[in-house]
Design a protein around this ligand. Structure first.
Ligand code: M6R
Length: 616
């Protein structure tokens, strides 16, 4: 989704803003722009373009600007098509106030009508421009005394979920930033300060940050950051935090795409989780879980896993495991359904929110709904300090490092690993797992990084398979039990980056409809590792073969019967069924990746998608 960067300091602002926008590119966008205060000319330097940043950069190359303050934006269209006019920044009618904005001003139409009656002329179709015009009017009416006061007067009139940063012509050292449900983080430097929607934009300059809280209105100069809480109507102190990610983690490091790099990081991610969560003695520990939350975990009657997209698939795996090992009834729902479904919740329920970004709008709303109804909430999050991580009663970080590719890979593996450890931990706490079984689970968990590295070594073989099938337009994925979610996730990976139609199904449902699709042109990816339902999967695969379908099978090493039956066979090392989704997904990530590359797709920034979905 949209990205924001702001800078005030001693450096040339233009390259700082451009670099910040480059770091935000991964979020997905369709136009970009910057505005700086040009000290030499004594006015705004505004430039924006439709399309990729390269277009904007080329345009900027023709100008020489003397600026040490500015704001920039990458836009993902919501209100109005991608175009130069709709791109941010937007300047108000007086020409004194510039604004960049993420999220949605929901009552923009009503506000616009009022402003139009006052003869304000609009030049775009965006809700953002309404924000700029409204604040601009408050600013002009207040005789340009303070941008902070203008924002403070305008914000109560605006409804929705958004964050913005403002710059004025009259006081060009100062940025004013506001957060309401959309993330904003301030980067602290020496004689310079930054503000961004995403910490990765700040990594080249600083790791000291302040995460703004909802309804914080910050006044940022090169020397100082002051924060006023609109909630408490007081100036507040927010403690700075140190970010542990580094710039190189957010770079491709020689790989052609972030997605491929992140897939190859998966063994390391598993090793990190192992080191952080499992003691030498073989106990699981969660540093962020308090004693109070632990005793709540002992008493809960029901668990909900709530999340979106890939994180939802992790929740489905977690939910099967939770019922089997902790013996707690567990329901999995996508956040957008949960939040409007009026869920029946009490203090005896635990709602687990799973999210890579920690900012997904629907998951955040689901969290708030769960809290309002008195349930215990636990967030499984990758991005440290994100809104969901801060608002949940407890948080478990997944320690996957920055994930830049829009298609989630290593974050998924990390979600699975963290969820399984949580399940084993809860099962042990509630005495549902026998100590001997617990020991075996930990032993097998410890082998996962090595197993994962072995699957990755087969990269070349997946390429050959993709070569054969990349021009096909329809793919079916089937699995059972722990690997039914793998079928869903494999299909999601393929469709989001290759734009081919892919559908995941529970294999047992084949006869209830999808089998009608099977003919000699239909590839079916069958996920059939060692499991309770292995024989059933074999029967499903026989039925596909009997109808001439193309069988691409993922099985366990040594399953020669399956290998013989399949047109293509990829094996994973043998492990307990509960761990298999961590391994079976890797061939499917590869398949999706290779098919996308062979079709010439933009793997890391697929069309219409955004990394962090901060609007509904
Ligand atoms: O940041 P989140 O984990 O909350 O994001 C949820 C989904 O938007 C995300 O998993 C999406 O489905 C990915 N593009 C999948 O690869």
């Amino acid at each position: 989704m949209c990205g924001i960067i702001g800078y005030t300091g001693y450096r040339n602002a233009v390259p700082v803003l451009i670099q910040g926008l480059e770091q935000l590119e991964y979020r997905g966008y369709d136009s970009a722009g910057i505005v700086c205060y040009d000290h030499r000319k004594g006015g705004f330097f505004l430039i924006k373009e439709k399309g990729k940043l390269a277009v904007l950069k080329e345009k900027i190359g023709n100008f020489s600007v003397d600026a040490h303050v500015g704001i920039g934006h990458t836009r993902w269209a919501t209100h109005g098509e991608p175009s130069r006019a709709n791109a941010h920044p937007h300047i108000d009618a007086s020409g004194r106030v510039a604004l960049v904005h993420n999220g949605i001003i929901e009552n923009y139409a009503a506000l616009k009508a009022v402003l139009q009656k006052k003869k304000v002329r609009f030049v775009s179709q965006t809700d953002t421009e309404v924000g700029a015009q409204l604040i601009g009017r408050c600013y002009v009416k207040g005789k340009g005394k303070s941008l902070f006061e203008a924002a403070k007067a305008a914000i109560p009139q605006m409804r929705g979920y958004f964050a913005f940063v403002l710059l004025s012509k009259d006081n060009p050292d100062t940025l004013v930033a506001y957060k309401h449900s959309n993330p904003l983080v301030i980067g602290l430097g020496q004689g310079e300060n930054f503000v961004a929607s995403d910490v990765t934009a700040l990594l080249p300059y600083t790791r000291q940050v302040i995460y703004l809280e909802d309804d914080d209105l910050a006044v940022i100069t090169r020397k100082d950051v002051r924060i006023f809480s609109l909630k408490s109507q007081t100036w507040v102190k927010r403690e700075p935090a140190t970010v542990h990610w580094n710039v190189s983690q957010a770079q491709k490091q020689g790989f052609p795409h972030f997605m491929l790099k992140e897939m190859h990081e998966q063994p390391v991610v598993l090793r990190n989780i192992l080191e952080k969560r499992i003691s030498k003695k073989g106990d699981i520990f969660f540093d962020t879980m308090t004693g109070g939350f632990r005793s709540r975990l002992r008493q809960i009657d029901r668990v909900y896993m709530v999340s979106c997209g890939t994180a939802h698939h992790a929740g489905l795996v977690g939910s099967v495991a939770m019922e089997k090992y902790a013996r707690i009834p567990c329901r999995t729902q996508v956040s957008s359904e949960f939040r409007y479904g009026d869920p029946i919740l009490s203090a005896k329920d635990l709602v687990i929110l799973i999210t890579q970004s920690g900012e997904t709008a629907d998951t955040l709303a689901a969290l708030r709904e769960a809290k309002a109804k008195g349930a215990a909430t636990l967030a499984i999050v990758n991005v440290v300090g994100s809104t969901i991580a801060r608002e949940a009663d407890a948080v478990l970080y997944t320690h996957a490092g920055p994930e830049i590719g829009v298609a989630s890979t290593k974050a998924y593996i990390a979600q699975l690993a963290t969820l399984l450890l949580l399940v084993f931990y809860t099962g042990k706490l509630r005495r549902k797992i026998h100590p001997r079984e617990f020991k075996t689970l930990i032993r097998d968990f410890r082998r996962l990084p090595e197993h994962c590295a072995k699957v990755l070594q087969e990269g070349k073989r997946f390429e050959a398979c993709a070569q054969k099938h990349f021009s096909r337009r329809h793919f079916l994925y089937i699995g059972r039990g722990y690997n039914y979610p793998t079928a869903l996730e494999g299909a999601l990976k393929l469709k989001e980056i290759s734009y081919a139609h892919a559908h995941g199904y529970a294999a047992g449902e084949m006869k209830h409809g999808p089998i009608a699709l099977i003919d000699h042109e239909q590839p079916v990816i069958c996920i059939a590792p060692d499991s309770l339902t292995y024989e059933k999967m074999i029967s499903n695969i026989q039925e596909i073969r009997a109808r001439d379908g193309i069988v691409i099978a993922i099985g366990s090493r040594g399953h020669h019967d399956l290998e013989k039956m399949a047109d293509e066979f990829f094996s994973i090392p043998r492990t307990q069924e509960v761990f298999s989704p961590i391994l079976t997904i890797i061939p499917l990530q590869f398949l999706a990746y290779k098919v996308a590359v062979l079709n010439g797709r933009d793997v890391d920034q697929p069309r219409n998608l955004a990394k962090s979905v901060t609007v509904e």
